[in-house]
Design a protein around this ligand. Structure first.
Ligand code: ATP
Length: 476
């Protein structure tokens, strides 16, 4: 039971092939330590049962298409966590992608005569009214994009807000102030959630990027609305996320090629473990490749590695071999010598200058250098595998792509994924965050099948974790 008095597990349909895993588990799976070398393989049974009871990929949830919202107050959780910059004393939105992505859901609900109450968070105000994190600028831009009036409430709970919500006409829109101005949002406080729920007849969640958090506006309100017999549905954006990250990967067309990069093995190990069950090939890049190198006994110089995760890396390699999954690591790199400068970045960390950048096919990195991108031979090998794929899942950049000197590998992979999609009809699914940034930067965003809007949420979903914001929605 959780703090809300509801059980953690949900009753769901279980695919036949998981059933055998569950049976195997019940008939005696030894207790094991996750980081032990055979841990990954032996954990399968336990993870299988865990996933099955959480019902990942298979729960059909109610969507906005199933609702009759006419005249009803629809509490719509959206992801308006947009980047803002101060210009001439005013906060200006520098990237409105997240606002635009909600428009189809909003238009549908407006057309059907719903009375829309939009809730969102912006930044991390930590329970305080931080003016630079107000959602007011979003209301203005949203009104322009929708071509209709958008009311703004300078709070998200309380009598005044309730009056504004109750006064909304059919098709009217009200945006609430940042829910994270209250610390109770993140603690999923039942009293706070109850105050939000006073604004709702129906609950809709279109904020996939926030669905991995059990917060009041993502989970608590939904539970309360459902408890009173109200419907809780996925928005169109959320529906697409569940379709592509869930259903499409459940039965992927083969070959199914997974490309994983980014900084840390520890962030991706659960995804690797899960995808080793499904993928035909896994291609590894980014800094995490160096933890695998270290695990294989090579020198990694000043590369970003997680020295305490070499057992985990070895276990993944062993599982790949056992499952006959092609598991490719870089065969060459772009390396450079890091030199600290006097400058500090936004986070106060010293800015690095990278000297003598060069391609190197020596798997032992020089002591004074770091591996910062995959090299040309790796690009070729990975591109060839990608060109034969029918389903592609990509999560994480191949190198320090923010720096032009080390972006070639990520850009080449982006190009290969786009080409496989356009020329061979492969279905390409991009797992969010930095890979999406890299694709957009390369102007290839429109040439893949689906780009997830949720960074952490997509990763957790791919791991097979239950997303509280999804679990709280009504089943069909
Ligand atoms: P995605 O957002 O696509 O899911 P991610 O954000 O999960 O990917 P992270 O694990 O957060 O990926 O890592 C991304 C960061 O890793 C980027 O800032 C990138 O510069 C950095 N990175 C990748 N390769 C290297 C490398 N070889 N050395 C240092 N940093 C690297």
């Amino acid at each position: 039971m959780n703090a809300w008095g509801t059980p953690h597990c949900q009753c769901v349909k279980i695919p036949a092939r998981w059933f055998s895993t569950i049976v195997a588990t019940f008939t005696g799976c030894p207790a094991i330590h996750f980081d032990s070398p055979d841990g990954l393989a032996m954990l399968d049974g336990l993870i299988g049962i865990n996933r099955a009871f959480k019902g990942i990929f298979i729960m059909a949830k109610l969507t906005v298409r199933d609702l009759n919202v006419h005249g009803k107050r629809v509490f719509l959780r959206v992801d308006y966590n947009v980047p803002l910059e101060e210009k001439d004393g005013q906060m200006v939105i520098t990237d409105e992608t997240r606002i635009k992505e909600t428009l189809p859901t909003l238009r549908l609900l407006i057309e059907q005569g719903g009375r829309l109450i939009l809730a969102a968070h912006l930044g991390r105000p930590k329970g305080k009214r931080e003016p630079s994190m107000s959602l007011r600028p979003v209301a203005g831009r949203l009104a322009e994009l929708l071509g209709c009036n958008v009311n703004f409430a300078d709070d998200c709970i309380g009598e005044k807000v309730e009056q504004l919500a109750n006064a909304l006409p059919a098709g009217g829109v009200l945006l609430l102030e940042n829910v994270r101005y209250y610390s109770e949002e993140e603690t999923n406080d039942p009293v706070f959630a109850e105050q939000l729920a006073k604004l709702a007849d129906i609950y809709v969640n279109d904020a996939f990027g926030a669905a991995h958090r059990a917060h009041a506006s993502t989970e608590g309100v939904a539970r309360l609305v459902a408890r009173r017999g109200g419907q809780c549905a996925a928005g169109l954006l959320m529906e697409r996320e569940l379709k592509f990250l869930g259903d499409e990967l459940e039965q992927p067309a083969r070959p199914f090629v997974v490309i994983l990069g980014g900084a840390k093995v520890s962030d991706k190990i659960k995804v690797i473990d899960r995808l080793l069950e499904k993928a035909d090939s896994i291609l590894v890049g980014g800094a995490m490749a160096y933890t695998f190198r270290l695990a294989q006994g090579f020198k990694t110089g000043k590369s970003l590695v997680e020295a305490d995760k070499t057992d985990t890396a070895r276990a993944a390699l062993a599982k790949a071999q056992a499952k006959k999954v092609q598991f490719l690591l870089p065969v060459d790199d772009v390396v450079a010598v890091p030199v600290k400068t006097d400058k500090l970045d936004k986070k106060g960390k010293p800015v690095m200058e990278w000297q003598n950048p060069r391609a190197s096919s020596d798997l032992n990195c020089p002591d004074d250098a770091a591996g910062l991108d995959i090299g040309p031979a790796t690009v070729k090998a990975y591109s060839d595998v990608i060109a034969r794929a029918k389903t592609i899942l990509w999560n994480g950049p191949m190198g320090l792509f923010e720096n032009k000197q080390f972006a070639a590998g990520t850009n080449a992979v982006a190009k290969a994924v786009a080409e496989a999609t356009q020329q061979n009809g492969a279905k390409s699914i991009i797992g969010g965050g930095d890979s999406v940034k890299a694709l957009n930067k390369a102007g290839l965003g429109g040439q893949v099948t689906f780009m997830s809007t949720g960074g952490g949420a997509s990763l957790e979903f791919l791991e097979g974790a239950v997303l509280p914001g999804v679990a709280a929605l009504s089943d069909k």
